[in-house]
Design a protein around this ligand. Structure first.
Ligand code: MGD
Ligand code: MGD
Ligand code: SF4
Ligand code: MO
Length: 739
């Protein structure tokens, strides 16, 4: 029988904000704190330093941490509200279990664990080990990521472990590995401030990495030219020297055409290309026909602008190229990344002061979490689960027989497809809300309904958890010690400020207990997080993501250490490639030929408008954490459809009209936000909501063939004006993107 989602009284509405929170005269701010704890924001990959105020084992506010070198006390709107999750009335305070017809009811840990373990055993006995899958997330620390990788392979004995970075960093990772043999941005942000030219492609930095903007302003103060590639005139684009308003999906055509201009004008670093790279000839052969007329046609950007951007880039002496999900969330995400890297390599501007390249990591531990064995094809140290030497090394560290190590498993969306095929019957998830964040989520919902058993570990009853049989009440960022690795590659320390409330438990303790009950307790007995880290150090030794020389003490004394750090006396590596020793098999940086191809779904008469999706400054990811915080909700209460006045006129749409958006996957209604800051052929809708507001009802489940990232950034839609207006909520909002 299909399972129905359970609604719990406390969860007022499926996507409903809790405006009343925090209550007037609430818990925070009035009394002197018992202590101040230096740690980091729980949200994005910047991992800004922050000091949490603790009163009576509760987070009561925050103070800036001025000394932390990256953000020097600066925080963004989410950062200053992040502490309000801790005492939130929706917080899960004990395990709960589904009781059909009634909803969820609390149960003791012993019963919850018993039932979970007996279901795992039952399903695996009936259908085989790989029929029980695991999904994980990289808001978790390095220690938890590492332990989960080990847990899935040793205790669950399943190949099918994957993570939410599959929706985020894998195209960047795939491109970086192909080009450099290593997956990390090449520089600390400090180099940005002195670069002559900066390209920002598909990254809405002012809203998604607000504290990074400071480095760009510093560069601007030093005279840097700024080029922004985005279908929308995002806040950063408004001050840019060149804004390239690209049609979603056109990036590799743009970067290919720019490469051709570099070649035609000989704006190349021949010494670098000859000595330190391979693949140049084949790469320029692939773009030889990419003239400006063709590029204008493919990208929707005027050729003058393309030439201007290529000229600025070509003539510069120092430069920095950065991109994020705007170019990566595509069925050719890896190709887009490679076409950017080709521009960097052609000019040889990498591994030198003020010269760099970086993919801006999204989630809090999106960097570290993609290195230590969370991925379906990966082992710690960014090792390869199919490589016999790598398997042997990690098996020795783990004390198992190599033949017992499962092989490569399915990626996140492929797991959903395997549930539909009846191959996966049970699921354990932690720190991942796939019902909101995976594409084509009606298909995801059907899969959740088919599972024989689903156990979810979260701190709130997220949308996906409502389909669970058991929800285990885990811990927030401030409740467990560990490390995370920032977007720069800097390993920093997360300090526990408080213990989990009531009957909630630390995530690490839950995993260790599950492992013990599955009969592998001896391999999961870590008295402290530092013990896990020390094992991780050894497991990563010799891998491309080498943490061996990093210790808790070193991290604390230096306010972070950049990996690779292969020995205890090594200072860490803020700037990669100064030695020109790339980590590819031949030791060279690889150019990769990229032949432009269109997106997997292009517009036609039935669906003539391009639809793209992304973020707003006050909401975070699937919204579980930020849709509960009143002030963040006030800033952007519900998803709006950004549409250009000319397209609006064509459909008779006025600002605030409720618009039905239809794609081949489904339809949903959003209020129109008529703005001049978007291309005339494209609409943009943010994705942080579930239920009827979820844009992922409409997105397409097509994946990049290499990275398996979904095509979140482009599909074809049709708009229908309804005779209704959007809700009143929006009148209170000051929108970032209004001109
Ligand atoms: N406020 C906030 N900050 C966040 C997050 C959040 O949820 N909220 N999430 C964090 C995470 S996990 C991530 S991954 C990052 C994401 O950070 P970003 O990648 O900056 O965020 P997005 O809004 O997904 O996409 C960026 C831009 O891509 C543009 N775009 C769309 N299609 C295309 C295209 O085909 N080509 C190009 N060049 N651009 C395109 C969009 O207009 C958008 O402005 O943010 C992190 N920071
Ligand atoms: N259409 C569209 N869809 C997208 C995107 C897009 O741009 N457009 N972006 C994609 C991207 S880049 C990303 S990263 C994904 C993110 O997608 P998800 O990973 O599904 O998003 P989160 O909101 O981070 O979900 C994490 C869940 O983990 C819980 N959690 C947070 N911290 C902890 C912790 O420490 N312990 C435990 N136990 N639980 C915790 C939260 O409460 C939340 O319910 O979404 C993707 N989906
Ligand atoms: S920029 Fe990112 S890490 Fe810094 S305060 Fe904002 S959300 Fe937190
Ligand atoms: Mo992300």
């Amino acid at each position: 029988m299909a399972k129905l989602p359970v609604s719990v009284d406390k969860i007022i509405a499926e996507y409903g904000p809790h405006k009343a929170y925090p209550p007037q005269g609430g818990f925070y701010g009035t009394n002197e704190p018992d202590k101040l704890v230096k740690t980091h924001c729980c949200y994005c990959g910047m991992q800004c330093g922050i000091q949490l105020k603790v009163k009576d084992n509760k987070i009561a506010g925050f103070e800036p941490w001025m000394e932390f070198p990256f953000n020097e006390g600066r925080l963004c709107p989410k950062g200053v509200q992040r502490y309000m999750q801790n005492n939130h009335p929706d917080r899960l305070l004990s395990p709960i279990q589904r009781v059909e017809g009634k909803g969820f009811e609390p149960l003791g840990w012993d019963q919850a664990m018993d039932r979970t373990v007996s279901e795992i055993k039952r399903i695996q006995k009936s259908y085989g080990n790989d029929s029980f899958a695991m999904l994980s997330g990289v808001s978790l620390t390095n220690e938890k990521s590492y332990m989960i990788g080990k847990f899935a392979r040793i205790a669950l004995k399943t190949a099918n472990l994957d993570y939410n970075g599959r929706l985020c960093m894998v195209s960047a990772g795939g491109g970086n590995k192909k080009a450099f043999g290593l997956d990390r941005s090449s520089n600390s942000w400090a180099d940005l401030a002195h670069a002559e030219v900066i390209i920002v492609a598909g990254a809405n930095i002012s809203e998604t990495f607000p504290t990074l903007t400071h480095y760009i302003w510093q560069a601007r103060d030093n005279g840097a030219k700024l080029i922004v590639v985005d279908p929308r005139m995002i806040p950063l684009a408004r001050t840019a020297d060149v804004h390239l308003p690209i049609r979603p999906g056109g990036d590799s055509a743009l970067f290919g055409a720019m490469l051709k201009i570099l070649v035609d004008n000989d704006w190349l670093d021949h010494d670098f290309i000859d000595q330190y790279t391979s693949g140049f000839e084949a790469t320029i052969e692939a773009v030889k026909d990419y003239d400006l007329d063709w590029a204008e046609e493919q990208t929707g950007i005027s050729k003058d602008l393309i030439l201007e951007a290529a000229t600025l880039w070509g003539k510069a002496k120092t430069s920095f190229l950065m991109h994020a999900r705007g170019i990566e969330h595509h069925t050719k995400g890896v190709e887009n990344v490679l076409s950017c890297i080709n521009l960097v390599l052609a000019t040889g501007r990498i591994g030198k002061p003020y010269c760099g390249y970086g993919t801006i990591t999204g989630q809090g531990n999106g960097q570290g979490g993609r290195e230590h064995g969370h991925k379906c094809d990966q082992l710690p140290g960014n090792r390869d689960i199919t490589n016999p030497e790598h398997r042997k090394y990690i098996s020795e560290v783990w004390g198992i027989n190599e033949k017992d190590m499962p092989g490569k498993g399915l990626t996140a969306y492929e797991q959903i497809e395997a549930i539909h095929r009846g191959e996966i019957k049970g699921l354990i998830s932690i720190c991942f809300n796939p019902l909101v964040s995976l594409p084509n989520n009606n298909y995801v919902r059907e899969a959740l309904e088919k599972l024989e058993f689903y156990v979810c570990m979260d701190t709130f009853l997220c949308e996906t958890a409502r389909y669970a049989d058991i929800v285990l009440a885990g811990s927030l960022h401030e409740e467990e010690e560990g490390t995370v690795t920032t977007a720069e590659g800097r390993v920093v320390k997360i300090n526990a400020a408080i213990t989990p409330p009531n009957n909630a438990r630390r995530d690490g303790d839950i995993i260790m207990e599950l492992a013990a009950r599955l009969g592998e307790g001896d391999k999961f007995s870590y008295p402290t997080s530092e013990d896990i880290f020390n094992e991780l150090r050894v497991a990563s030794k010799g891998g491309t993501a080498d943490y061996y020389g990093i210790t808790y003490k070193k991290v604390e004394e230096n306010m972070g250490v950049f990996w690779p750090c292969p020995s205890l006396d090594h200072p860490g590596t803020p700037r990669l490639w100064e030695d020109r020793k790339f980590r590819t098999p031949d030791g060279k940086a690889h150019f990769n030929p990229v032949a432009y191809r269109p997106a997997s779904e292009v517009t036609d008469d039935e669906f003539p408008v391009v639809m793209t999706t992304g973020r707003v400054v006050s909401q975070y990811l699937s919204g579980t954490q930020t849709r509960r915080i009143g002030k963040l909700v006030d800033q952007y209460p519900e998803p709006l459809l950004e549409v250009h006045p000319k397209l609006a006129l064509k459909y008779g749409i006025e600002d605030h009209d409720l618009i039905r958006v239809k794609t081949r996957r489904g339809e949903a209604e959003f209020p129109a936000h008529v703005v001049e800051t978007i291309r005339e052929d494209t609409v943009f809708i943010p994705y942080h909501w579930g239920g009827k507001f979820s844009i992922n009802q409409l997105t397409i489940g097509h994946l990049d063939p290499i990275s398996k990232i979904p095509e979140f950034k482009v599909c074809a839609c049709q708009l229908y004006k309804t005779d209704r207006k959007g809700s009143d909520k929006r009148t209170k909002t000051a929108y970032q993107s209004s001109l």
